[in-house]
Design a protein around this ligand. Structure first.
Ligand SMILES: [Mn+2]
Length: 410
């Protein structure tokens, strides 16, 4: 009896990150956190081995940093090696984090590819590749679309450029295959972002239509880049990241996707990954309203804060972010909070002191002007008569957007 084709699709492993944009400030905690991500990959690997999958697809962003540590590189290599031994084909299509910033630099992961294992592929250029699965004997033709940086294109025609690349690759597809699968790393227009994902997607990303990278004969589109798992459209899927990468993903559940051949077609299910809880206090999710815990009127701010915390359900192993508002003459007894949180077995907690009105424009205290105004003045002074009005407008608009974004970033 012939076996059906089986594929696992994951993406956005971001191995090596503790929390993106946030320093945990403690090596042991960082290490535990890095292991969280590695352990998620192990779980997915175990699933693929148990199910005797043909293909293990990673749709970009393997390592968080362009120079992963030896530990992270070795752990990844061991996990991949154990799948290769089981005759699983591992296909990695490069995400933005996998690509070097300069042409002269090579990504570490390419070294694994260059050893030349028969069933490991790292693809960093748009490529068509037909591969026969060892288990099912079914041939999958992969159209691989690594992340293509928008700055390499005219922003107005970015989407057309991607669409042309897809069409060109599609034209190269030979007829000898059982299923046609696209693997890509892009922001698509239909994608929903995690609640705080503004800070995860590169600021210069240009969303493209999911239709631009698919066609009717494609059985499945395996996407990476957006960290929230979702079906953008039928057969067009983001597996999402494997762990919550920062507080922007606090409310996300995490998954990988299991794809199985059924009646001449590919069906897919989201497989849930248990991951470490993250908790911002206050948040409506836990019934504590407001943007911050206002302690400015408390005589004993530590006591008042602990009163709030006593009412909250804090999950074991959580990473907790406290947002409080304190007067400059008030202090919090860190030792008492440490005691409280270690009694709850949290992995890590930290406190952020927010000004009372977090929405107010950011004023430079010396010049007394809004940062956006200062930026505009500077750009006008430097470039007003040197570049066209069109370019000036784009610079001002984009600059203001990046400024606002950087202010939001936590
Ligand atoms: Mn990405």
């Amino acid at each position: 009896m012939s076996r059906g084709l089986k594929i696992v699709h994951t993406a956005d492993l971001h191995l090596g990150v503790g929390l993106s944009n946030i320093s945990l400030g403690n090596e042991e905690i960082e290490r535990k956190r890095i292991l969280d991500f590695i352990n998620q990959l192990k779980k997915i690997r175990d699933f693929a081995v148990k199910e005797k999958c043909d293909f293990f697809i990673i749709a970009g962003d393997v390592f968080h940093h362009r120079r992963p540590s030896g530990f992270v590189l070795d752990e990844f290599s061991k996990i991949i090696g154990s799948m290769l031994k089981e005759d699983i084909v591992v296909l990695v299509v490069a995400g933005n984090h996998d690509q070097p910033v300069s042409k002269d630099v090579r990504p570490y992961i390419k070294a694994l590819h260059d050893i030349g294992p028969k069933n490991f592929f790292y693809i960093d250029k748009p490529t068509v590749k037909s591969i026969k699965g060892f288990r099912s004997g079914k041939t999958v033709c992969f159209i691989c679309l690594p992340y293509l940086h928008p700055t390499l294109f005219d922003p107005k025609s970015y989407e057309d450029a991607i669409k042309n690349i897809f069409t060109k690759l599609h034209g190269k597809v030979e007829s000898e295959y059982d299923y046609l699968v696209v693997v890509g790393h892009f922001l698509t227009r239909g994608a929903k972002l995690s609640k705080g994902a503004k800070m995860i997607i590169p600021v210069d990303d240009i969303p493209i239509s999911e239709r631009s990278i698919s066609s009717d004969d494609v059985s499945y589109v395996a996407l990476g880049h957006v960290h929230k798992a979702q079906e953008v459209a039928k057969r067009i899927i983001y597996s999402g990241s494997v762990e919550r990468i920062n507080f922007g993903e606090e409310e996300d559940e995490k998954f990988f996707v299991f794809i199985e051949e059924s009646g001449g077609d590919l069906e897919y299910t989201f497989e849930k990954l248990k991951c470490r809880p993250m908790l911002t206090i206050p948040s409506l999710r836990i019934g504590v309203k407001g943007k911050s815990i206002n302690l400015t009127k408390a005589e004993n701010p530590t006591g008042a804060l602990l009163d709030v915390l006593e009412r909250v359900k804090i999950l074991e192993g959580a990473i907790v972010r406290l947002i409080c508002t304190l007067r400059s003459d008030q202090t919090i007894d860190v030792e008492r909070l440490d005691e409280f949180f270690s009694s709850k077995n949290v992995l890590h907690w930290f406190l952020r002191n927010e000004p009372v009105d977090v929405d107010r424009p950011i004023i430079d205290p010396v010049i007394g002007k809004k940062l956006e105004e200062i930026f505009e003045e500077y750009v006008r002074r430097m470039f007003e008569k040197k570049v066209s009005q069109d370019i000036l407008d784009v610079v001002l608009k984009e600059g203001a957007r990046i400024l606002r974004k950087s202010m939001e970033e936590v």
